[in-house]
Design a protein around this ligand. Structure first.
Ligand code: GLU
Length: 285
């Protein structure tokens, strides 16, 4: 089977050195394996994605010397694929509509005095899981917006008895343990999908055999692996690489003023210098 990997940025800003590290790691791995490298634009969040960043990201990657296959998949153009996956999960009885606002969820958690934390934050207390059909229909008819959540207990029952996990290049075999996430949102109120769903569906549809991305997404892989099992999708290998840090040891982030590739380029740095700053060796490794 040929090696296929991808870089999947969200066009909500210009790329910084951490993104360059991920993109280079994936591109070089594809080169080494004689495989394919894909670019995917994760622009499901129409409120935050901007066309100038879509163009700017590609310009910066090309300046760094990367090339990728066409056409570039833009998630915003493939909502039908996510709807089809949601329909399958729904038909299996694994989804429920959640009408809660953020405020209501926070209040419910505060009132319960017991807020188990999952990797995505405090775990949803399950308020809407127990709504009966009549109540659901009434709220939908009243036009109250709703998200779709995965019923984690039902999902775990659906895979009971199977030994599931994935192979992680740095950690070795990892056993699946998605329960700490609780009832994750798979379709948001204002967007008919979510990061977890779109990334899982796309990696499968695009035939990705190895997902290379930062360690900050390691925990999310438990959700992606669970969705693969529920939807009958193949499981790629994963490589969650170390994150670049600044001089104070903090993870590079746009909000802390991590320099963008664009700014470094405009300041006269060469691609080779920027590749070295991103912690990678130039060339095709
Ligand atoms: N779009 C995600 C991000 O920019 C990355 C998704 C992935 O690599 O799985 O953080």
């Amino acid at each position: 089977m040929s090696f296929v990997t991808r870089f999947a940025p969200s066009p909500t800003g210009y790329l910084h050195l951490g993104h360059a590290h991920s993109a280079l790691a994936a591109w070089q791995a594809a080169r080494r394996a004689g495989g394919r490298f894909l670019l995917r634009i994760e622009d499901i969040d129409g409120g935050r994605a901007r066309p100038e960043f879509v163009a700017g990201i590609q310009e910066d990657l090309a300046w760094l010397g990367l090339d990728w296959e066409q056409p570039v998949r833009r998630q915003s153009k493939h909502m039908d694929d996510y709807a089809a996956a949601l329909a399958r999960l729904d038909a299996a009885g694994l989804l429920y509509p959640c009408f809660c606002t953020r405020k209501e969820i926070a209040a419910e958690i505060a009132a319960s005095g017991n807020a188990p934390h999952g990797p995505d934050g405090p775990r949803y207390p399950g308020t809407c899981r127990g709504l009966d059909d009549g109540e659901r229909r009434a709220r939908e008819a009243a036009g109250i917006p709703f998200a779709l959540r995965l019923d984690m207990d039902s999902a775990l029952r659906a895979i009971a008895g199977r030994t599931l996990g994935w192979t992680d290049a740095r950690r070795g075999p990892v056993a699946l343990d998605p329960a700490p996430f609780g009832d994750v949102v798979l379709a948001r109120k204002e967007i008919p999908t979510s990061y977890h769903l779109a990334v899982t569906v796309d990696d499968a549809l695009q035939g990705v055999t190895c997902v290379i991305r930062g360690e900050d997404l390691f925990e999310a892989t438990h959700v992606h692996r669970l969705l693969q099992a529920l939807l009958g999708l193949p499981t790629p290998d994963y490589c969650h690489h170390r994150l670049l840090t600044d001089a104070a040891g903090r993870r590079l982030a746009k909000r802390d003023g991590a320099p963008t590739i664009r700014a470094l380029r405009e300041a006269g740095r060469s691609p080779e210098e920027v590749i070295a700053m991103a912690g990678m060796a130039a060339g095709e490794a």
